[in-house]
Design a protein around this ligand. Structure first.
Ligand code: GTP
Ligand code: MG
Length: 370
């Protein structure tokens, strides 16, 4: 049910809250400034105070923001797979990605621990693959859950000398919950203590049966350190992607997901956006959660400026007014007025929810004291 606090209602009418309270009192309701009234009461009060009421429902504001219709086949074009790398801490996820894209992210990480999600695109024999690196540390469950959601394939990295560990299991359950196919990369095969058979056996406990054990989950033995079998891994990813027949319409306004976002001292809010449909362009006006912005610049994983980004492309987007949240859905809208309308509405919703929560907890405290 729609509700509003007296303070919020007064603010929106540019009236004094005390006058609202007086009016309610005349109608026999004794309420305080932070009390919540329902939408019908609010409407009566507003009219009585000489305001015209335009109720804006969620349906009005959010309508048409995301396309839910199935797109015509002839508009769809193949898009690169989005592959999320998951696994227990220190099992070599970032090293594997570094080896695949011949970069060195690991050495720049503090304590060698990944603390945020990274997104990169690599090209293999004319095929692009988008990789999302996730942290393995126990504290980052939310990031892993989100990582599994916006992906097409999960690469489960398991260190051959360490075996299946708690966050390996957690990653498996995220992949299962998201219904995403998995490829197992048994890493650190160069180590003398490597025991891939043990890994395969342990995986059975989570009902992951790899191919060499007669199941249908692809497994590849690799060494990120020595670069062993990486071509095979890429080949398996592309094979799996082919089966999935991934397609999107690039010729429409963009939709996507915020992978991560932060406030940068020099550049302002920076959001890593994974484009999922359409093409995002510099100058586009977009909304993400309760923030909006006009795309001032876009950077790819090599910090090169790009003018546009099509399906499956991860880009850093500059130009947001505020910092959106990881996991927010992104949509491009026709103009600034529309963006403001949506964001105002969502921010109000957020505030009202917080107020209701507040009042809820205060109420129960009062009950406890009685
Ligand atoms: P988090 O992101 O913190 O979960 O760790 P991670 O899974 O990204 O592991 P990372 O790539 O940071 O590697 C952890 C350690 O394992 C580093 O010291 C790597 O050098 C080492 N390592 C990674 N892959 C291999 C490998 O194939 N062989 C050997 N011997 N060491 C490896
Ligand atoms: Mg890492």
């Amino acid at each position: 049910p729609e509700a509003i606090t007296i303070q919020d209602l007064a603010n929106r009418m540019a009236e004094r809250a005390v006058d609202v309270i007086k009016l309610l009192m005349k109608q026999g309701q004794m309420l305080k400034i932070n009390d919540v009234i329902d939408a019908d009461t609010a409407e009566l009060i507003a009219e009585e105070m000489g305001h015209t009421v335009k109720r804006v429902s969620e349906a009005d504001v959010e309508d048409g923001l995301f396309s839910d219709e199935v797109e015509a086949d002839e508009l769809l074009q193949p898009r690169p797979p989005v592959v999320t790398i998951m696994g227990h801490v220190d099992h070599g996820k970032t090293s594997l990605l570094d080896a695949l894209r011949r970069s060195n992210v690991v050495s720049g990480e503090s304590g060698g621990i990944t603390q945020h999600i990274g997104a990169y695109q690599v090209e293999q024999g004319g095929h692009k693959i988008t990789f999302i690196d996730t942290p393995g540390h126990a504290a980052f469950t939310q990031m892993r859950a989100r990582g599994a959601k916006s992906t097409d394939i999960v690469i489960l990295v398991v260190a051959a000398d360490d075996g299946v560990m708690p966050q390996t299991r957690e990653a498996i359950s995220h992949a299962k919950a998201a219904g995403v196919p998995m490829i197992v990369a048994i890493n650190k095969m160069d180590k003398p203590a490597a025991d891939p058979t043990r890994v395969r056996t342990e995986l059975l406990q989570d009902e992951i049966v790899v191919e060499s054990m007669g199941g249908d989950v692809i497994e590849v033995e690799v060494s990120a350190l020595k670069g062993t079998n990486l071509d095979k891994l890429l080949e398996m990813i592309l094979l799996q992607a082919e089966v999935l027949e991934l397609k999107a319409n690039p010729d429409r306004t963009a939709e996507g997901t915020v992978i991560e976002a932060q406030l940068d001292k020099g550049r302002g809010p920076v959001a890593t956006v994974l484009v999922q449909k359409g093409t995002l362009k510099v100058g586009d006006i977009l909304v993400a959660g309760s923030e909006w912005g006009r795309v001032r610049a876009m950077l790819d994983e090599n910090s090169e400026q790009v003018k546009e980004a099509g399906p499956s492309k991860p880009v850093e987007v500059l130009g947001f007014q505020g910092t959106p949240e990881a996991g927010d859905m992104v949509a491009v809208v026709e103009n600034e007025a529309r963006a403001r309308e949506i964001v105002d509405y969502r921010q109000r919703q957020k505030r009202e929810k917080a107020t209701l929560r507040d009042i809820g907890s205060r109420g129960s405290l009062e009950q406890m004291m009685n």
